[in-house]
Design a protein around this ligand. Sequence first.
Ligand code: IMP
Length: 441
Amino acid sequence: MPNIVVVGMQWGDEGKGKVVDVITPHVNVVVRYQGGNNAGHTVVVGREKYVLHSIPSGILHNGCRCIIGSGVVIDPASLIEEMESLVRRGVTLDGNLFISRNAHLIMPYHPAIDRASEAKLGARRIGTTGKGVGPAYVDKAARVGIRMADLLDERLFRDKLEHNLAQKNRLLREIYDAQSFTVEEIFNPYLRYAGWLAPYITDTALLLSRWMDSGYSVLFEGAQGTMLDIDHGTYPYITSSSTTAGGAATGSGVAPTRIHGVLGVAKAYTTRVGGGPFPTEMIGDIAEQIRARGHEYGATTGRPRRCGWFDAVVMRYAVRINGVDTVALTKLDVLDQCETVKVCTGYRYGGDIITDFPEDETVMQKAEPLYEELSGWMSSTNGAKNEVDLPAKARRYLERLEELIGVPFCLISTGAVRDDTILCEDSPLTRWFPSVRSSLL
Ligand code: IMP
C-alpha cells in the first residue's frame, strides 16, 4: 500500500486540508510531521467548516487513524481546545488519535518570547503567527526542550520547567522588557493537560512501523509550504521546521525508503502571509479582488494574505526539493474574473535572466519577475467536476502551467467543498489510489 507525502509548494495556505480530505478515504493513517498550531487547515464537509491547527484533517473521517509525530511542536492548551471542539461536533478521538512521546511542548513562555522578539525586530520582523513555534524549536535544537513524555513524569517535568524558567524569565525581563512567569502558574495547568492527554501519548514511530508492516497506507500531511522551510525556504522569512517532503521521514520516524511518492499542492496563483520576498506580488486593485474572491485571510491569525501571480520558478524549485510526482492545483475559480492572467517564467536580476530559484536572499529580494500573459476565461469554473467542462482558455492556462513546472496535475480544485474537484485521469494519484476514481467521478 502506498505511503504518500502531501506537501505545500508555495508559502503555505495552498489548500492542503481539502486535498488531504479528498485522499483520506483511501488511506488508513494520516500523520502530521512538523509545525504546530501556527497551521490552519480548513476543510469544508457539506455545510460544516472545520479549521484544524494541530490535529491531522484525517480525523474527520471515521476510522482513519491520525498521528501527531515527533517533529510537531504542541501547545497543549490549544490542542485540548481543538480536541474538545471536535468531540462536541461528534468526532471520535479515542482509538483514532495518537501523539508522539517525543513531540516537543510549546510552553507559555514561547509565545511570549515570539511576540517580544518580533516587536524588537521592528521592520525586520518575520511576521510570525505569534504561537511560539519558533522559540519552541529553538529549545528543541538547544536540547532544553520539554517533550510530551516529560509531561507524564511529574518530577522530571517540574525539574525541567524550573531550570528553563529561570533562564526564560531573565530573557523576558532583561532583554525584552516583558512579563515573567512563576513556576506554579505553568506547572499546575500543565499537570491538568497531562491528565487529559496521557491516553493519547505513545511511541508513534513504532505504531507506524507496525501498521506499515501489516499493509496500512499512510498519508503524511505537510503544514505550511516549501518556501517556508527552515533549510530551503526564503530564510530568514520562514517558519522553524522542515516543511518539505524530507521532513516527513524525520518528523515521523519513518524511513525514507518506506515513502513511495510526493503530491504537491499549489494555488492557481500565489499567496504569502508575513514578511519576506515575494517577486510576483500583485499591487493595486487586482490584489484586492483576488484576496476578496479567494477569502485570502489567515485561518489562524485572520491576517490579510499578500496575493501574487503564479510563479513557475518557485514551483519548479518545489518540484526539485520535494521530488514532487504530481500536483493538485487549487482555487482555479478565484481567477474566473481576470481579463488576463500572468505567469512568472523567470526573474531578471542585474543583467541576468534566472530560471532556477535563487537561494541568495538579496537576489530573491530584488528579483524582477518576467511574465507571460495569457488571456483570462472570464466565465465561471466554480464547482466544475470534469476537465471538459472548463472553458478552453482555462484549459490552456492549466496546460501552460503543467508545461512550465514539468509534472502532471492530478486534481484541480474549483471550490471549497470536497466535490468541487476535477480528477485528472492517469496521474500518479490514480495509480497510487485507483479507488479515488469512484469516489470523485
Ligand atoms: P511562525 O511559523 O509562526 O514562526 O511564522 C513564521 C512565518 O511562517 C510567518 O511568515 C508566518 O506567516 C508563516 N506561517 C506560519 N504558519 C503558516 C501557515 O500555516 N500558513 C501560511 N504561513 C504560515
